[in-house]
Write a protein that binds this ligand. Structure first.
Ligand SMILES: C[S@@+](CC[C@H](N)C(=O)[O-])C[C@H]1O[C@@H](n2cnc3c(N)ncnc32)[C@H](O)[C@@H]1O
Length: 269
């Protein structure tokens, strides 16, 4: 991935955790209730900037957490964040591309993968490797966004109320078949589902980082919307992104954000 794109993704991932990260506490608590015993070895597969890895280290105080990613820049960020934090000695990074091979890690008690599995080339093969890596009774937890984020702009933005809905519909076509029900692929490799949940998070207007989050999010999808959004809506979107003054909607943060994630948990028999 282009360096600038990786950096903007990294900023967006950190902001996502800061602004909409309530799901991390809820989902790790849910995973802890499903785990047969407190996990000793946890892998965060496709860890990005490590928001999941740190949440897992906090939830499981006796676990060593391996933050695995193929992107070195992401892993350097995790190492920078870890320095000086209480869990720094329990979160280690591992550069590996699971499309190439599952790394030699030894037996694992919990594999967590958030917003990453839809990116791998052959998820069935990767899940098969996950099953082999898990100890009997070990748990795999997959999280993915359940559709695009919802934005509700304040009245000062002067946007037509249906604009945000059309934006979301267009983004849905951009995602295509990226939204998979992971229950079946898990069962197919011998990892029967034990539970499925949805976690919704809301960021209120004016909370720190809200406007910046929406800007980075919309900038990332802008080129993909070129052929999917009508010319008037594209012009509205571009004007929204171009406005930089203190009163501009994305500067003042007068927008509500709502995201929903689906989580699947499966256990190795
Ligand atoms: C959208 S980010 C999600 C990061 C993080 N899990 C989170 O929820 O914030 C997806 C991450 O998966 C990683 N990834 C994608 N395919 C991978 C592969 N084949 N092997 C290892 N990492 C991969 C990417 O480098 C990226 O950091």
């Amino acid at each position: 991935m282009h360096r600038g794109l990786t950096e903007s993704l990294a900023e967006l991932l950190d902001l996502d955790a800061a602004v909409l990260g309530s799901y991390l506490g809820e989902a790790t608590l849910w995973a802890s209730a499903l785990a047969a015993a407190p996990p000793r070895t946890v892998v965060d597969l496709g860890a990005g900037t490590g928001v999941g890895a740190f949440a897992l280290a906090a939830r499981f105080p006796s676990a060593d957490v391996v933050a695995l990613d193929r992107t070195a820049t992401m892993l350097r960020r995790i190492e920078d964040t870890a320095r000086g934090t209480a869990s720094s000695d329990r979160v280690r990074t591992l550069e590996a591309d699971v499309d190439v091979a599952w790394p030699a890690l030894g037996p694992v008690d919990l594999v967590w993968s958030s917003s990453a599995l839809h990116e791998v080339a052959d998820p069935g093969r990767v899940l098969d490797d996950v099953r082999t890596a898990l100890r009997p009774g070990g748990l795999v937890v997959i999280l993915e966004s359940a559709g695009p984020a919802r934005f509700a702009f304040g009245p000062a933005a002067g946007l037509e109320p249906a604009f945000a809905a059309r934006l979301r519909d267009a983004e849905r076509t951009l995602r295509g078949d990226a939204e998979v029900d992971w229950g079946l692929p898990l069962a197919e490799v011998g990892l029967p589902l034990v539970d499925r949940r949805t976690f919704t998070a809301t960021a209120r207007p004016g909370s720190p980082g809200v406007g910046r989050y929406v800007r980075l999010y919309l900038e990332r999808i802008r080129s993909g919307l070129q052929e999917r959004l009508g010319a008037p809506d594209l012009a509205t979107l571009d004007a929204l992104l171009a406005a930089r003054g203190a009163d501009a909607p994305l500067s003042s943060g007068d927008v509500t954000i709502r995201t929903t994630r689906t989580a699947w948990a499966a256990r190795r028999p």
